[in-house]
Design a binder for this molecule. Sequence first.
Ligand code: TPP
Ligand code: MG
Length: 425
Amino acid sequence: MTGRPGPVHVDIPYDIIFEEGDDSELKYLEPKQYRAMVMEAPAAQIEEAARLIAEAESPMLLAGTGVLNSGAWEEFRELVDLINCPASTSMSARSAYDNDHSNYLLGMGEAALTARREADVVLAVGTRLGNLDLPYDIYFGAPAKQKLIQVDIDPRNVGTNRPIAMGIVADAGATLRALLGRLKELGVKPADGTAVKKYRDMEAEQMAVLEAAPRGYEGDRVHPATSVEAAAKVFGPQAINVGDGGNTSLFDALYLRFTNPRTSLGIFEFGHLGTGIPMAIGAKLANPDKEVYVITGDGAAGFNFMEMETALREKVKITVIVHAEEHWCMEEIEQMVYFEGDASKIIACQQSPVRWDKVAEGIGCYGEFVDKPEDLVPAFERAKGHELPAVVCVKTDLASNLIPPLADKFMEVYEGPPQPGGAAG
Ligand SMILES: Cc1ncc(C[n+]2csc(CCOP(=O)(O)OP(=O)(O)O)c2C)c(N)n1
Ligand SMILES: [Mg+2]
């Protein structure tokens, strides 16, 4: 329970589990008696980091899950406002910073990557700059020119994926508060906003392309982005969204805008398919007053679908939206690249046309089936309003799901960055 929070495995031997006794005789220690509480950065490091930021000409801020874990989203936003610089989040911490805030740039978007490359100081708070965040040389400035300050509670994350100018091993919130205090003392004033405007204009262009994609769809199924947009409308910005699946999780990430902290969960930290339904059950148990909904690929859905029985038995109301185009799309597109477009060579990427709503009904949950866009909102509303855990099987369009917007960027996670000669490395 010290350091970076995460899943914990507790082994309880047989004899202890069946041990009998009087509960009142048990002694509990306070957490502060058996672990260090908040790790704070040494004052000298805060001083140095504050000076680097204060003297920077084109700083940029990045928030990772450390900001969410330490509950420091307000401090992060305050720091962005104080400097008035471009700011973004890691793919797994999309709700760490209001996506509608004036300085926000989408993690994998061209604007955020350009801002990152052009910044003279990058402050990365609580992010290990993992491979989904494209920690490649072409998306960062040369270390001789760009100073990367990385703050993380886990020393193993510091300097692992990028050369750093400064590593601060401390709690994200404590560090942000200390930096804010020192920067104010140094008299730092917000920049005039020219830089932010440049990147935001770039982002607006990319968003227009994103938004146009589902509008241009004329097929007889449902465009995955249309389903995500309908879900956002029905569940609203306070709900907790859990993303799962391959390309489906990219639609989830790109078409939802997170304006409230801790409303986005998903597989972006480990990439492990099938975690969506169990994560949603956990999220609902921890937040009984919030709506919790999953948007999952059909491949991912199969991994842990029986957990719907857990949800039913334990009365955990969640809604699961399955995008059922009947393929393992992210693998298929990867094979397409590998086989240089020869579709006849693709193997093991198809599934049967499973009716996930009927599987859910068989378990005892509530099921809805949608194959036309106009039915999305009413079906999602019925699923959300039903007292039982619900599953909506949405027949999404294969071609649209095969190549999501920003697919080229995501492919770099597997393939490495584009090389000057054209080939990926
Ligand atoms: C446990 C696990 N197995 C395999 C993979 C590799 N993998 C990544 S995406 C993907 C395809 C997922 O298919 P689906 O959930 O239907 O999403 P789609 O890409 O079709 O939207 C696979 C097999 C993984 N990430 N995790
Ligand atoms: Mg699929």
